[in-house]
Design a protein around this ligand. Structure first.
Ligand code: PGA
Length: 262
């Protein structure tokens, strides 16, 4: 079954509004040279404050070519949750994806598997698509518990979701030791872990869900690594931090993905 690749840029806590607008325009100008069918699904995840700035730059031509994601959400619709943003608000701002469970949120903001599951449910109920992140620390990898750890993160994140909800979701496998280090996980190993994740999806849901869900790789993805990564059987795209902050490198990643995988 052929799954449409997703190339997603996670801008993290970077770029003021004007810089976010220029980066968006650099990507849009490139994407507009192609039709939607020729491109991977392009997703950008600015900060909450830059989402409206980026959305204000959209023209009719680029609207269907680039989707916007937020980097987090709360699972309640509204209420006394100081500092939080709901799925309804994120949708209202123009987003169609939400990244959840990024290792930086798990590590620095104490996000638990249970919170990530609540967020996934709220995102799907609101008609948006979650990109659910998972990944092991270097210590976990060295002690041989990678597969076990990731399988348990995935089982917890998908708990209680229907087959259709799982089928339309996306997962990003991001080994923590590969994030922002310049040291990407070997593509064959990333593919092995991603195939293992697909198997867990089959186990908790169905073959249909496992065949449909897009599973991305993330962790120091660069123009020089993407072709090998995208040529692997189970890798359906990339979640990119550092290399998504410059239009040139992000566009090169999109271009190379088109060559091998769209
Ligand atoms: P990186 O970040 O590409 O800078 O390693 C990836 C991520 O954290 O999503």
């Amino acid at each position: 079954m052929s799954r449409k690749p997703i190339i997603a840029g996670n801008w993290k806590m970077n770029l003021l509004q004007e810089d976010a607008k220029s980066l968006f325009m650099g990507i849009a100008t490139f994407a507009e040279n192609f039709s939607k069918d020729q491109l991977p699904e392009i997703v950008i995840a600015p900060t909450f404050l830059s989402i409206p700035a980026v959305e204000s730059m959209r023209c009719d031509k680029c609207r269907p070519l680039i989707a916007t994601a937020s980097q987090n959400c709360h699972w309640e619709n509204s209420g006394a949750y100081t500092g939080e943003v709901s799925v309804e608000m994120i949708k209202d701002a123009g987003c169609s994806y939400v990244i959840i469970g990024h290792s930086e949120r798990r590590q620095y903001f104490s996000e638990t598997d249970e919170m990530i599951n609540k967020k996934a449910k709220a995102i799907l109920a609101g008609g948006l698509i979650p990109i659910i992140c998972c990944g092991e620390t270097l210590e976990q990898r060295e002690s041989g518990v990678t597969d076990e750890h990731i399988a348990s993160q995935i089982r917890a994140a998908l708990k209680g979701l229907s087959e259709d909800e799982i089928a339309k979701s996306a997962i990003a496998y991001e080994p923590i030791w590969a994030i922002g280090t310049g040291k990407s996980c070997d593509a064959t190993e990333a593919n092995r872990v991603i195939a293992m994740i697909r198997n867990v999806v089959k186990e908790v849901s169905s073959s249909k869900a496992a065949d449909s869900i897009r599973i991305l790789y993330g962790g120091s993805v660069k123009p020089s690594t993407i072709e090998e990564q995208m040529s692997k059987s189970d890798i359906d795209g990339a979640l990119i931090g550092g290399a998504s902050l410059k239009a040139d490198s992000f566009n090169e990643i999109i271009e190379k993905t088109m060559k091998v995988a769209v």
